[in-house]
Design a protein around this ligand. Structure first.
Ligand code: HEM
Length: 142
């Protein structure tokens, strides 16, 4: 899944704002995930998933920082997230359907925070970008 130059530019532009609130966006995305799709909580039995918990915020920050790495290496997302791909495929074995759900929640969070920037084109670009991340994180499953 290749992004056009315009799509890459749209992703980079919103990230320049979102990166300043990575922890809050990550935590809100996870809160949305666990509220709308409670089955996703089964992967985190060892976490306190109550709203605003320190574990939720710390994990949200890690997830969004990984998204940031993908933005930084937008031409080599596969290389940038290789270790995470192995972790999710071989150790965590997260059902790939959950990546679509989390991507949707990240998209909603970004849209809610930057409504004026979130044009249909930016929406489409972020959707494609998050799909690329999900593909990378699920490509090693067998
Ligand atoms: C761990 C990123 C999707 C479940 C992690 C870590 C990162 C990350 C950076 C921490 C790795 C480390 O500590 O070395 C991402 C990204 C995702 C994604 C960028 C997609 C955009 C998912 C999904 C699930 C999931 C959909 C399940 C619903 C987990 C679990 C851990 C983890 C259970 C281990 C948590 C812990 O025990 O600390 N992920 N992840 N991830 N991820 Fe993901």
């Amino acid at each position: 899944m290749t992004l056009t130059q315009a799509e890459k530019a749209a992703v980079v532009a919103i990230w320049s704002k979102a990166s300043t609130q990575a922890e809050a966006i990550g935590a809100e995305s996870l809160e949305r995930l666990f509220t709308s799709y409670p089955q996703a909580k089964t992967y985190f039995p060892h976490f306190d998933l109550s709203q605003g918990s320190s574990q939720l915020r710390a994990h949200g920050s890690k997830v969004l920082n990984a998204v940031g790495e993908a933005v930084k290496h937008i031409d080599d997302i596969s290389g940038a997230l290789a270790k995470l791909s192995e972790l999710h495929a071989y150790i965590l074995r997260v059902d790939p359907v959950n990546f679509k759900l989390l991507s949707h929640c990240i998209l909603c969070t970004v849209a809610a925070r930057y409504p004026n920037d979130f044009t249909p084109e930016v929406h489409a670009a972020w959707d494609k970008f998050l799909s690329s991340i999900s593909s990378v994180l699920t490509e090693k499953y067998r």
